[in-house]
Design a protein around this ligand. Structure first.
Ligand code: FAD
Length: 524
C-alpha cells in the first residue's frame, strides 16, 4: 500500500511539474488507480448545485469504489508539495457551491457503484450506511425491517454525509434533536488521508468535529444511525392563525412536551408563513383540499399575514383508531387556532416523509425546479422572534414571498454543544427558512436580483436590531464573517482544522479557510 501511495504521489508531482506534457500512460495509471474522471459530462455535473448561483469547476471527479479510494486521493493531495482541493459532493443540494472544489477533485459520494448496501441491526436498532447514501434509500432499507430513523429532513433526496455535515433538521428535531444527535458512529477520511472510526467515546474530538462540520474536518464514508420502530401511518394536520403570538405560543407549548415522557404529544411540529394567498398551497407540500371548507381570504388576518401550524401524529400497526382520534382531539383542544381551520389527512408514513419529492416532480414537469434558489435559512432566538415577524414577515417581504417560508421552534438541549454547529444562545430557537425560487421571465419581485437584495436586507435588519441570528447552511465570503458566525467556538473550530485538515484541502467551497496550497490542478 505504501509503495502504491508513493507511486501515486510521484505521479501527482509529475502532473504538477509537467502539466499537460505528462506521459499519457502515467495519467491513465492515475485515473485507473483512483477512478478519476476528466470527462466533460462528469465535470459539468459536479459544477452544478441546487442553488444555481455559482460555478466552480473541478479539474477531475472521483467516483469512489470504497473508503480506501477516498483515503488514497486525500493522502495524495496532503502529501504532494503543492496540494489540491478535495470536496465530497453528496447530492449537490447546496445553495452556494459548498460542495465545489475549484480546480481540484470532487468526490461523487452518491455514485451508485460505491455504496455498500445499508446494513440494519434489528436487535440494536441501528443502520450502517455509506456516506453518500440518500435518505430515501436509507428509509426504504430500514422499512423492510419495520424500523426507521428518528430524525429527518423535509426532503429525502439528500445524502447522509451532506445533511450531517450541516445538522439535518425537520419537525421531529424538537423531540429527537437534529440528525446529528442520532448518529452513533462514523468512519471518516481526515484531511491527512487517514481513515478513522469515531464515536462519542472513541476519537471523540473528530466525531464531534464532523457533526455539523461543513465537510471541513473529514469525509464521512459510513454512518451508524439510530432507528426506532417505524410508524405505519401519519395523521397530518394543519391549522391557521392570524395572530403571530398565538401561533408561536402554541408551537412553543407543543415542543415543551418533549421532556414529559408520558404525556401526549405530536410527533412533528413545523409551520409556515402565508404572506400571499396564492402560496397557501405552496410547492413544498400541498394538501389544503379543493373541498377546503374555509375560504382563506375570508379570514381576517389584520396585516394580511397568516400562519399555519403543521403537526402530525404517528400511528402503528396495532394502534386503535379511536385512541388516535381521542389523542389528537385532546392535543388540539389546547391550541388557539382560528376555529374551523383544521385540515386533516391520513397517509402512509413513507408518503408523509417523502412529501416534498412529490412536489418536486410536479415542479420539474413545469420546468420550475432547475431554476436559481437564493435560499436563506436562519436560526432566530425565541426572545426575538416577534421582532423578526414585525420586521421581516410583515415588513421587508411586503405581500410577495416567491416561495414557502417555514418557521418552527426547536429545543437547544437536544443539540450537542460539542459538535461544530452553532445555534443561538437560548433554550428555544426557531428555524426560519425562506425557500424562494428566482424566475427569469416573471415579475420583477421574482428575479434573482430582487430576492438576493431582499435576503441582504433581512440580514442587515437582523444585524442592526441585534436579533442574534445564526445562519443555518451558512454562507459567507470572508474569514471575518466566519469568525463572527462561530463566535466563541471559533478557536475550537480553528484548532480542529489544524488537527484534522492542516493543509485546508477539504470542502474549500465553504470558503471558511483559504487553501494553504497553490491551485495546481489547473494544469491538468
Ligand atoms: P452537498 O450539497 O453535496 O454537500 C454539502 C456540504 O457537505 C459540502 O460542503 C460537502 O463538501 C459536504 N459533504 C457532502 N457529503 C459529505 C460527506 N460524506 N462527508 C463530509 N462532507 C460532506 N436541510 C435540512 O436540514 N432540513 C431540511 O428539511 C432540508 N430540506 C431541503 C430541501 C431541499 C429541496 C434542498 C435542496 C435542501 C434541503 N436541505 C434541508 C438542505 C440540505 O440538508 C443541505 O443542502 C445538504 O448539504 C444537502 O445534502 P447534499 O447531500 O446534497 O450535500
Amino acid at each position: 500500500m505504501a509503495t502504491k501511495l508513493l507511486m501515486l504521489t510521484a505521479i501527482c508531482r509529475l502532473i504538477v511539474i509537467v502539466g499537460l506534457t505528462l506521459n499519457p500512460n502515467e495519467l491513465v495509471l492515475t485515473r485507473t488507480e483512483l477512478q478519476l474522471s476528466f470527462n466533460r459530462t462528469h465535470i459539468t455535473s459536479a459544477v452544478s448545485d441546487f442553488g444555481k448561483l455559482t460555478t466552480h469547476e473541478p479539474a477531475a471527479v472521483l467516483h469512489p469504489s470504497s473508503s480506501l479510494d477516498i483515503a488514497n486521493l486525500v493522502k495524495l493531495a496532503y502529501e504532494s508539495p503543492q496540494g489540491f482541493a478535495v470536496s465530497a459532493r453528496g447530492h449537490g443540494h447546496s445553495i452556494n457551491g459548498q460542495a465545489a472544489a475549484n480546480n481540484g477533485v470532487v468526490v461523487e459520494m452518491s455514485w451508485r457503484s460505491a455504496a455498500p448496501v445499508p446494513e440494519v441491526n434489528e436487535k440494536l436498532m441501528y443502520v450502517d450506511v455509506w456516506g453518500g447514501e440518500l435518505w430515501i434509500d436509507v428509509l426504504k432499507s430500514t422499512l423492510a425491517y419495520g424500523l426507521a430513523p428518528k430524525s429527518w429532513t423535509d426532503y429525502l433526496y439528500l445524502s447522509v454525509g451532506g445533511t450531517i455535515s450541516n445538522a439535518g433538521i425537520s419537525g421531529q428535531a424538537f423531540n429527537h434533536g437534529p440528525q446529528i444527535s442520532n448518529v452513533h458512529e462514523v468512519d471518516v477520511v481526515t484531511g491527512r488521508g487517514e481513515l478513522v472510526t469515531c464515536a462519542e467515546d472513541r476519537n471523540s474530538e473528530l466525531f464531534h468535529a464532523v457533526m455539523g462540520g461543513l465537510g471541513q474536518f473529514g469525509i464521512i464514508t459510513r454512518a451508524r444511525i439510530a432507528l426506532e420502530p417505524s410508524p405505519r401511518m401519519v395523521r397530518w394536520i394543519r391549522v391557521l392563525y392570524s395572530n403571530f403570538s398565538g401561533f408561536t405560543h402554541d408551537q412553543e407549548y407543543l415542543i415543551s412536551l418533549h421532556d414529559q415522557p408520558n404525556s401526549l404529544k405530536f410527533d412533528y411540529v413545523e409551520g409556515f408563513v402565508i404572506v400571499d394567498e396564492g402560496l397557501i398551497n405552496n410547492w413544498r407540500s400541498s394538501f389544503f383540499s379543493p373541498s377546503n371548507p374555509v375560504k382563506i381570504s375570508s379570514i381576517s388576518s389584520g396585516g394580511n399575514v397568516l400562519y399555519c401550524l403543521e403537526i402530525t401524529k404517528n400511528y402503528y400497526e396495532n394502534s386503535d383508531p379511536e385512541t388516535v382520534n381521542q389523542e389528537v382531539k385532546a392535543l388540539l383542544k389546547k391550541l388557539n387556532y382560528i376555529p374551523a381551520t383544521v385540515f386533516t389527512t391520513d397517509l402512509p408514513y413513507i408518503d408523509f416523509l417523502d412529501r416534498v419529492h412529490k412536489a418536486e416532480l410536479k415542479l420539474r414537469s413545469k420546468g420550475l425546479w432547475d431554476v436559481p434558489h437564493p435560499w436563506l435559512n436562519l436560526f432566530v432566538p425565541k426572545s426575538r422572534i416577534e421582532d423578526f415577524d414585525r420586521g421581516v414577515f410583515k415588513g421587508i417581504l411586503g405581500n410577495k414571498t416567491s416561495g414557502p417560508i417555514l418557521i418552527y421552534p426547536m429545543n437547544k438541549n437536544k443539540w450537542d454543544e460539542e459538535t461544530s454547529v452553532v445555534t443561538p444562545n437560548e433554550d428555544v430557537f426557531y428555524l426560519v427558512a425562506l425557500l424562494r425560487s428566482a424566475l427569469q421571465n416573471g415579475e420583477e419581485t421574482l428575479t434573482l436580483e430582487h430576492l438576493s437584495n431582499e435576503n441582504r436586507r433581512i440580514l442587515n435588519f437582523c444585524e442592526d436590531r441585534k436579533i442574534g441570528i445564526k445562519q443555518y447552511l451558512p454562507h459567507y465570503t470572508t474569514q471575518q464573517e466566519w469568525m463572527d458566525h462561530y463566535g466563541e467556538k471559533w478557536p475550537q473550530i480553528y484548532k480542529r482544522k489544524m488537527e484534522f485538515d492542516p493543509r485546508h484541502i477539504l470542502a474549500t467551497g465553504q470558503r471558511i479557510f483559504e487553501p494553504s496550497f497553490s491551485s495546481v490542478m489547473k494544469s491538468w
